[in-house]
Design a protein. Structure first.
Length: 288
């Protein structure tokens, strides 16, 4: 009888510590993204996602025709000839107040392959990103520890040539400043526009460079015939009363090429004010 009483008295004491622990202490911490980096390594462009609290247990990477935002289902614009979608399950990139734990949701790189990386979702413990690439190339995704990292290596075995993208130089506004970008020949004008729409890198932004998109989300087509470049923009393009618009970026960036003397810019409806003849042209919506 004594042994039964002792057992009965001890049981609550043995159960109490676990029962009294808060849920946060008993649950396993969710991997949290703390940094996104990309740089050039021999033969590859390397993209790195660094986590605390270990690695997401499931990772998926695949080429897609377009990037879709988790939850809303909206298309997420990203410049590049190829788009890679990345999804990390049982992971997050925000803190308890909803702020980002890894920095900017969209970042540009002046690399031969990786043009831009953009967040496409962070909800229901699924963290998603899209990568805009100069070309569709083989890639390898693997993990590293100490610290915990997911690495994606993109094979860059093709030749590039330098071109210029012209951005607004805020310290010298309204002047433009040229920055060098690697593009894949022979479509150098097309490559220059991809880099232009990607905008400045983080370092260039810190130096005061900006891209004024005037509501454009990208462009659907570029043609060059008889020294006339025709650019068909996407999105709700408008000047907003400003005298400096996306037309200034496009004119400077395209006219660096000897095959281009005039630039005609079209809105999403395919309209420009002077479609025929020699001379520059903009849609009415870009007038101040």
């Amino acid at each position: 009888m004594r042994s039964l009483l002792v057992g009965a008295l001890l049981a609550p004491a043995l159960l109490a510590p676990a029962a009294l622990l808060p849920a946060a202490a008993t649950a396993k911490a969710v991997p949290q993204l703390v940094a996104v980096r990309a740089d050039r390594q021999p033969g590859v462009d390397r993209l790195v996602f660094e986590f605390r609290n270990g690695l997401p247990p499931t990772r998926i990477a695949e080429y897609v025709p377009k990037l879709i935002a988790d939850g809303s289902g909206h298309t997420v614009p990203v410049p590049g000839a190829a788009k890679l979608a990345l999804r990390f399950f049982d992971a997050r990139g925000h803190n308890d107040t909803g702020g980002s734990t890894y920095g900017a949701a969209r970042r540009t790189y002046a690399l031969p392959g990786v043009i831009q990386v953009v967040n496409t979702g962070d909800w229901e413990a699924t963290l998603s990103f899209g990568v805009g690439l100069a070309r569709k190339v083989p890639y390898r995704m693997y993990t590293l520890t100490k610290p915990s990292r997911i690495v994606v290596d993109f094979t860059v075995a093709y030749r590039t040539v330098p071109v210029k993208a012209y951005f607004l130089d805020l310290p010298r506004e309204p002047k433009l400043k040229a920055v060098s970008r690697p593009v894949v020949p022979p479509s150098t004008a097309h490559g220059a526009l991809q880099r232009l729409f990607a905008g400045p890198t983080a370092a260039e932004q810190a130096a005061g460079l900006r891209f004024v998109n005037s509501g454009a989300t990208g462009y659907s087509k570029l043609t060059v015939t008889n020294k006339v470049a025709r650019v068909y923009l996407t999105g709700k393009v408008k000047s907003g009363g400003a005298t400096f618009t996306i037309a200034d970026h496009l004119n400077a960036t395209l006219k660096q090429f000897p095959t281009v003397k005039w630039v005609k810019i079209y809105d999403a409806a395919g309209k420009t004010q002077r479609p025929g003849g020699n001379g520059d042209s903009i849609p009415e919506s870009l007038e101040p």
